[in-house]
Design a protein around this ligand. Sequence first.
Ligand SMILES: Cc1ncc(COP(=O)(O)O)c(C=O)c1O
Length: 442
Amino acid sequence: MKTKTPPSAKTADLSAAESAALRAKHVLPLPGPMFAKPIQIVDGRGQFLYDEDGKEYLDGFAGVATVSIGHSHPHFVGMLKAQIDRLQHNPPLYLHPGVGTFAKRLADKAKTVNPDMGVCFFTNSGSEANEMAAMLAKAYTGRSEFVAVQRSYHGRTVMTVALTGQHAWRNLAPFPPGVSFAPTDYAYRFDGTPEQSTKAALKGLEATLKTSTSGRIAAFFAETIMGVGGAITPGKAYFPEAVELVHKHGGLFVCDEVQAGVGRTGTHYFGIKHWGAKPDILVMAKGLGNGYPIGAVITTPEIAASVKGLNHYNTFGGGPMAMAAAHAVMDVVEREDLAANAAKVGARLKGALEKIAARSPRVGEVRGMGLMLGVELVKDKKTKEPAPELTVAIVERMKDAGVLVGKGGLEGNTIRIKPPLILTAADADRIAAALEAALADA
Ligand SMILES: Cc1ncc(COP(=O)(O)O)c(C=O)c1O
């Protein structure tokens, strides 16, 4: 897959500086390009990206956990080219073979975590898919109270911002009422053992259900491994017991796999399989389309039946291009056994990062699973004071060294590593080496 010759280097019409100036003038001034000097990407091949000067970057962020099978995978490109030649758009008003065939494939995958799964709905983004999950939960339970987790991120629509537990992402309140937050199982910042952290988070969830809701909720929303929240990974006991509690209070478990799905956590297609808990609704997006916009909700026929008779419409959801992209991604994930690769290469990378953590006074914790990893940076390992400025400096230095990674966490002090699932052992070693060099430098 690796190519040293970028396919169309030097062909960009605008320099990065010209692009940045146009964007600053004509695009809303919301968080824009990363880096003190933004980079402009014009080509991608496999796990590599190229700027307009042909500089190669190892992509350790995959467009925020989205490019699951690598950039410009030949099968993906071929399927999309074939589809665009035949039919580009088909509204839900007419049948198209792509929708039913992919819905069946995805629902069959979902049976690995809940054998009753069988029905899908397609959207264009994770936010829209979470909106649909909330709507399904309301329709099925007849209730409209939700519980989410502190530090969560579920999207940018009004309802999904309300479900997001991070101040920096909760702009322009008020939001729809009825969302309460349970504490996070964040063992690194808990004063006790990881098992005690899990127990405390579960107690907190029960307290939230009993004190901040009517005691009967529509749903509990949770990410398996937190994405924007900084790869926070609950203990093994968390999800099975949380789901039991939620069911006791009449709610559904909506498992947000927008980042963790498609094999990213290693071995399994869905991250939640590692916990053995049974979701009632699964939400996916990002890696499902490898960059082609698609979101999906998967649920049981019984829950799905609750929206019968309601009007709902999504112009682009389940369109032929999106379904071709999704089929192509699933083909590659299966043929190349990318969940197994994520487990193998992810374990190697995590091991290398843990060795760096043992040597560095600034690495507080390495966490995550498969190729969904986080490295939390602190000013002092004893006080655990977050080091957000250092995190920015490290991400910047790694970019200069040709390795792209992201950052996140409530305090902005966690480096997020989520490369395409085709990452090789040599790539993993390069990411770890770039991090260590940046730490030494900064
Ligand atoms: C866990 C999770 N859920 C939902 C979303 C929203 O997805 P989108 O940006 O496609 O609307 C995101 C996006 O980062 C996410 O990480």
